[in-house]
Design a protein around this ligand. Structure first.
Ligand code: DX5
Ligand code: ZN
Length: 224
């Protein structure tokens, strides 16, 4: 990448201490986080259960940062209005479960929030061919979704490079987000390959000082 880009940090609260959620979100906000990533899991699409609209509503009261709501659920259409009402600023849906992706993306936008599509590691970029101009963001999963603390799948770097080229060649205003296995030691490489937003869960919240980890990641990203 030639021009210097500002790469955003989105701490994922999946790895936060839920008994101190407000406090931890305030800490990472103060340390310079750009978004708060909220992982919604239904126990069907992924083998884990997490957060519903109630938590998003509470988060909205304690942070001014945009809430980036990642729906890892089988039926996103049913849940989207409740998450918008609760305060989501960006909603992403997995392409693997959307029979009518174009309709789902536009229904999110019609509710007044940003809309994005998510690809699992083994889902090809060709799934995006006819939707790219409609989305605000594409999220590439760099682990199989369901859990924090997994290892970054290296093939996703090539996928990211190809997607960056596609978006730039078409002159689209679409942000590229990477989610899963992002750590201090691979953040620069992922950003240089073309990511605009890095989600980091365990890298930030598995540390006793989450704010320190945000600052260290910011310093690394400022170097590129
Ligand atoms: C995984 C989630 C991620 C998760 C990332 O299914 O979508 O957002 O929180 O966690 P780390 O950064 O620990 O891989
Ligand atoms: Zn996520």
């Amino acid at each position: 990448m030639s021009a210097k880009r500002y790469v955003k940090i989105a701490p994922s609260i999946l790895s936060a201490d839920f008994s101190r959620l407000g406090e931890q979100v305030a800490e990472v906000e103060k340390a310079g986080a750009d978004l708060i990533h909220v992982d919604v899991m239904d126990g069907h699409f992924v083998p884990n259960l997490t957060i519903g609209p109630l938590v998003v509503r509470s988060l909205k009261k304690v942070t001014a940062l945009p809430l980036d709501v990642h729906l890892m659920v089988d039926n996103p259409d049913q849940l989207i209005p409740a998450f918008v009402e609760a305060g989501a600023d960006l909603i992403t849906v997995q392409v693997e479960v959307c029979y009518h992706l174009h309709r789902t993306i536009h229904s999110i936008k019609q509710l007044g929030v940003k809309a994005g599509a998510v690809l699992n590691p083994s889902t090809p970029l060709s799934m995006l061919e006819h939707i790219l101009p409609d989305v605000d963001l594409i999220l590439l999963m760099s682990v199989n979704p369901g859990f924090g603390g997994q290892v970054f799948i290296p093939q996703v770097l090539g996928k990211l490079a190809n997607l960056r080229r596609l978006v730039d060649d078409q002159g689209l205003d679409v942000e590229l987000e990477i989610d899963g296995g992002v750590k201090l030691d691979n953040a620069a490489g992922i950003a240089e390959t073309g990511a605009d937003i890095l989600v980091a869960g365990s890298a930030i919240f598995d540390n006793p000082q989450p704010a320190e980890m945000v600052k260290r990641m910011r310093a690394i990203l400022n170097e590129i």
